[in-house]
Ligand binder design. Structure first.
Ligand code: UD1
Ligand code: CA
Length: 451
């Protein structure tokens, strides 16, 4: 039986933040949630989360079905943290130990590690680093087995040359933890109970220590400060970018790409620089997204062209639409095939029919617009009376002249025309012209004021 233990009680002083360290995001998701999600892939019997600093906040914002929270009042070290969970562990279980501030650990690696441990074997995750300084070195015996972890400060010159280091991740039987944890002491540089000391105890108790080596440095990278957070963020984004490119997406510059969620793309899509994708975004085939777009929770149809500096949120964009530049497409916008929404247009809760256009400088909210409608520049749906929102219905083939205000609720019949500059407060029937503006007067011989 497998039980996971995630250590997350530390304060994270070097983040210089009021937010608990493990709640800081990588790709828009708290570090701790990354760890939980990967851990959950192993379906452990229980996931024990050791919390201290910010426990209440974390409890409110982090969730998983099989989560069991243990409080560690004082942070006396990683060994001490695991000790708090000891009474809750089933006697015959294997404990998999993880860190809330090492977010990108992969489920595959955890599976290999957990699979290696039993009552006689401790499994340890190691990694080779070009520069191992600062880390505990993995010292192996003649048989190639892990003999000890020697901390930097205690290492001989030969040991210092070893570049295989301890990651801290381990799988170990609850039974042995029960034996060895009470033997830990805090006589070391930091005055803490080090979990790493259980490795030497395992060897001296006749257990075998087997190791799993990962080739992916990022997955064992811990975050202690905002620089490390930013570095890991970039590495993670590069991984996502590479995966998407392998699947056939063109990224004009993968170093200027950010995905904070799930992005899927059909064939031959192109994404220009500095686009940010959040939530779940689906691109059809042949979608072209120009620079500086922000797209969140949206479905973009085949052949859509999104021009630069466009923001799209909770929207559905049908095939062959043209959006932007500088368009703001807000939640509930749903555009049919071939619609066009141009610069400085804001839409919200708006259905836009096939081939309809809102090309310039408009606000359209709470509207149902049919097919082949032309909404002129500067059109505003006055959808809000200060208390309630009201609907504007515009049927097929309507032409709305520029600078019109449509005071909702209002309905414009099929093929109707609205004269430019009208403030429409009454319904217009099919094929009628609605004019609601002062008639122009021209005054002869007008004298301009003089100085
Ligand atoms: C620890 C490991 C190190 C490993 C590294 C991975 C030890 C002695 N060292 O070092 O081998 O490479 O993690 O990043 O175990 N924590 C608690 N309670 C405590 C102390 C820590 O829950 O009393 C939690 C922290 O919140 C953090 C994690 O354990 O999430 C690691 O603690 P930290 O103090 O950062 O240990 P490192 O020095 O990074
Ligand atoms: Ca750390």
């Amino acid at each position: 039986m497998l039980e996971a233990i995630i250590l997350a009680a530390g304060k994270g002083t070097r983040m210089k933040s009021n937010l608990p360290k493990v709640m800081h995001p990588i790709a828009g998701k708290p570090m701790l949630q990354h760890v939980l999600d990967s851990t959950a892939e192993l379906s452990p019997e229980k996931i024990h989360l050791v919390l201290g600093h910010g426990a209440e906040f974390i409890r409110e914002h982090i969730g998983h079905a099989s989560l069991a929270i243990t409080l560690q009042e004082q942070q006396l070290g990683t060994g001490h943290a695991v000790m708090q969970v000891l009474p809750k562990l089933a006697p015959d279980s294997t404990a998999l130990i993880l860190y809330g501030d090492v977010p990108l650990i992969r489920a595959d690696t955890l599976k290999r590690l957990a699979g290696l441990a039993d009552t006689k074997t401790v499994a340890l995750l190691t990694v080779r680093l070009p520069d191992p300084s600062g880390y505990g070195r993995i010292v192996r015996d003649a048989q190639g087995e892990v003999a000890a972890i020697v901390e930097q400060k205690d290492a001989s010159p030969e040991q210092l040359a070893i570049n295989e280091v301890n990651t801290g991740f381990m799988a170990i039987s609850a039974d042995f933890l029960r034996q060895c944890l009470p033997q830990l002491n805090n006589r070391n540089a930091q005055g803490e109970y080090y979990l790493t000391d259980v490795i030497a105890l395992a060897r001296s108790s006749g257990l075998t220590v087997k190791s799993v080596e990962t080739a992916f440095t990022y997955e064992v990278q811990g975050i202690n400060n905002r620089r490390q957070q930013a570095q890991l963020e970039r590495q993670y984004q590069m991984l996502l970018a590479n995966r998407l490119m392998d699947e056939g997406l063109t990224l004009l510059d993968p170093t200027r790409f950010d995905c904070r969620g799930q992005l899927t793309a059909g064939s031959d899509c192109v994404v220009d620089v500095n686009c940010v994708f959040e939530g779940t975004v689906r691109l059809g085939n042949n979608v072209h997204i120009e620079a500086n777009c922000m797209i969140r929770d949206a479905t973009i149809g085949d052949g859509v062209h999104i021009h630069a500096n466009t923001v799209i949120e909770e929207a559905e964009i049908g095939a062959d639409c043209h959006i932007g530049p500088f368009a703001r497409i807000r939640p509930g916008s749903n555009f049919s095939r071939g619609a066009r929404v141009g610069n400085f247009v804001e839409t919200k809760k708006t259905l836009l029919g096939e081939g309809s256009k809102i090309n310039h400088l408009s606000y359209v909210g709470d509207a149902e617009i049919g097919a082949n409608v032309n909404i002129g520049a500067g059109t505003i749906t006055c959808n809000y009376d200060g208390v309630n929102k009201h609907k504007t219905r515009i049927h097929d083939h309507v032409f709305v002249g520029s600078n019109s205000a449509l005071v909702a609720p209002v309905e414009i019949g099929e093929g109707a025309t609205i004269a430019a500059g009208s403030t429409i407060t009454q319904n217009i029937q099919a094929q009628q012209l609605g004019v609601a503006r002062e008639r122009q007067r021209n005054i002869d011989g007008w004298q301009r004021p003089k100085k």
